[in-house]
Design a protein around this ligand. Structure first.
Ligand code: DX5
Ligand code: ZN
Length: 216
């Protein structure tokens, strides 16, 4: 069974308490928070202040996806806001190993996010040091985009790389996940499904989470 991580980027911001209650009552395992800086990605979302509110209103694992430059400047603030898992982009981090050490020393699980064009081989050296790979299946910056189908092959490659080396790294798929494509994503080897629009734009978010959870 996959870990389900609804992305609050697609939530209704006039009714955040209700959205958090829905998450708490649902079969979701985690919730996914997308932080954007308008530099690394062409959009701005929210920062640690909002995450602190989410943390207070939810009882699931808080999975924070940083789409920002210089994440080292903010890692401690995200820890204090309540992040359990913090992912940084490989494309934004010339000193990635240092970023990972920092995240771990702050007591969070460390993830590396990779863009659709970045080859899996770029993860080769960092893989034993991390807890999660956030595999982008859309170009980061917006919810509601179409799944890029070549991601399936990348998930298969990464699954093989992790298993051959006996590692415990989780593969998270982020972007364009739907009820239609979720089973092929899980079959390719993904452990975690992030879903924004599929969950929050539905008339029955809890029902959708339940259906995603039932996929194997
Ligand atoms: C995109 C974000 C995703 C996004 C997914 O930059 O990283 O987490 O919220 O949304 P959907 O599931 O709608 O593609
Ligand atoms: Zn994300």
């Amino acid at each position: 069974m996959a870990i389900i991580a609804p992305s609050l980027l697609s939530a209704n911001y006039l009714h955040l308490q209700d959205e958090c209650n829905m998450l708490n009552e649902s079969e979701a395992d985690w919730y996914h928070l997308d932080v954007m800086d308008g530099r690394f990605v062409p959009n701005i979302s929210f920062g640690p202040m909002l995450i602190e509110f989410f943390r207070k209103a939810t009882n699931k694992v808080c999975d924070v996806h940083l789409m920002i430059e210089e994440p080292e400047k903010f890692a401690e603030q995200f820890k204090n806001a309540g992040a359990d898992i913090l992912s940084v982009h490989i494309e934004a981090c010339p000193h990635l190993h240092r970023n990972i050490q920092q995240i771990k020393s702050l007591g969070m699980k460390a993830g590396v996010a990779i863009n659709p064009h970045t080859p899996i081989a770029a993860l080769n050296e960092i893989l034993p040091d991390i807890d999660l790979v956030c595999m982008m299946s859309v170009n980061p910056g917006y919810g509601g985009q179409k799944f890029i189908s070549s991601t399936i092959g990348k998930i298969e490659q990464l699954r093989k790389m992790i298993d051959e080396r006996g590692l415990k790294v989780l593969i998270e798929t982020d972007g364009g996940v739907t009820l239609e494509n979720a089973s092929s994503i899980v079959a390719a080897g993904a452990d975690v499904l992030v879903a924004g629009n599929t969950v929050f734009k539905s008339a029955d978010p809890k029902g959708i989470i339940k259906q995603l959870k039932a996929i194997r």
